[in-house]
Design a binder for this molecule. Sequence first.
Ligand SMILES: C[S@@+](CC[C@H](N)C(=O)[O-])C[C@H]1O[C@@H](n2cnc3c(N)ncnc32)[C@H](O)[C@@H]1O
Length: 387
Amino acid sequence: MSIVSEIKKKLVEIKVNYLKKAQYKNVLENLGSNIPQSDDFKNNDLEKCFRQKNVHTENNVITDRIIQAYNKAKKVQKTLPGAFQVGNEWLPIYENYMNDIIIALNTLNKADTNKIYENFMREGCSVGLHGLPFSMEDNFFNGKISRLNGDIYLLDSIYRYNHWKELTANQYQVGDLYMPDYGNPYGYYINNEFVRTGAEYFHYYATRISELIKGEKGRKVVVELGGGYGGLGYFLNKVIDDVTYVDFDLPENMALTAYYLMNCYPEKKILLYGEDDFNEESISEYDVIIMPNFEVLNLPSGKADLVFNSYSLAEMSTETINTYITELKRATKKHVFHVNHTIKSNSLKADEFGIEDKDFKLVSKKPALWNLGRDSKMDEFEYLYSK
Ligand SMILES: C[S@@+](CC[C@H](N)C(=O)[O-])C[C@H]1O[C@@H](n2cnc3c(N)ncnc32)[C@H](O)[C@@H]1O
C-alpha cells in the first residue's frame, strides 16, 4: 500500500472512531445509563463472548432437503414479476455477501453448504440477519476488539437484556433465553450463562404473540414474513404448545431458516418447498412450514391467527410491500403485528403500509426501543392491527 493510501485509510479510521465515540456518548446521555458500571457489563469477557462456538452438523438428509427446496424455489422465482425478486436494501447484501452460499446451493454442493451453515452468524450468508452492523467481521470476529467497540457492544447487549427484563416484568430467567448454538453464535454472558445475540428480542415477541392468540380456538397458526434465520420460529415452537409456524422468505434465507429449525427440532414435522402441497391441510398437519416468498400467494385465506414481520417490510420496494400487505391481510383472521422503521426507509415507511381499513383497526403503536443502546436516533415502532 502506498503512503498516500495508508494516510487516507488512517484518516477514515480516525473519522469513524470519532463518530462512534460521539454516538456512544450520545447513547449514554440519552439513556442516563449506568450500565457500564454494572456487574453484568464489567463481568463480561469479550474474548469469551466472541469465542468460536461452531456446532458440527453433517446431516446429509437435512442438507439434501434444503438444497432441493432451494433449487426448486429459484427455478420458479426466476419466472415471477419484480415484486418477488430480491430488491431495494437487500440487493447490495446479496451482491456483496451471499455469493459463496448461492454457489454452494446452486451446484448442489452439500459439503460446502453445510460448512458455510456451520459457521452462520459469522458468514456472508447471515449478514443483516442478526441485527448488528455489517462491520462485525472487521471489528469483532478477527480476535482484536478495540476498547471502544467492546464498550459499544456490551452497552448494547446489556441494555437489550435489561429492556427484555423490564418488558417482561422480570417473570423470566436468563435460562429462558437459551437457543441451540447451531451456526457459530456470539452473544454475552449473564451470571455465566451464554445469551445468543438477539435471543431477548425473539423470546419477547414469541411470548407477546403467544399472549395475543392464546384465546383462539384449536391449533394456532402464526405466519412470519422474512424470519431471518428462524430465531422467532424457534421460540414460537418453544412457548406455544400447539402451533404451526409458517415462514416466507427469499429462497437464500429460506434455506438458512430450514437449516436452523430442522437442527433445533429434529422431532418436528417440517415442510420444505416442493416436498408436499402447501395448502390448508398442510397447515394443520405440519409444525413448521418454510416457504419461498412467492408462495405467500398460496396462503389459505383467513387461517392465520396472527401474521408477523420485523425489520423487514420497510427495507423492501414499494411494489413488494404492497403485494405482501394485500396477501398477509387476506391470510389472517385476527392480527397483523409488525416492527419496522418509521423514518429510515427509502420506500414505504411503517406508517404508510396501508394496513388499516374497514376490517383492520390499529390497536396499538409504540416505540420498539431495542436499539436504543446503540442508536439514540432509532426510529422503530411496533404496530398491532386487529380485526
Ligand atoms: C433484517 S432481516 C430481519 C430478520 C428478522 N425478522 C429479525 O427481525 O431479526 C430482514 C428479513 O427480510 C427478508 N426479506 C428481505 N427482502 C425480502 C423480500 N423481498 N421478500 C421476502 N423476504 C424478504 C430477509 O431475507 C430477512 O429474512
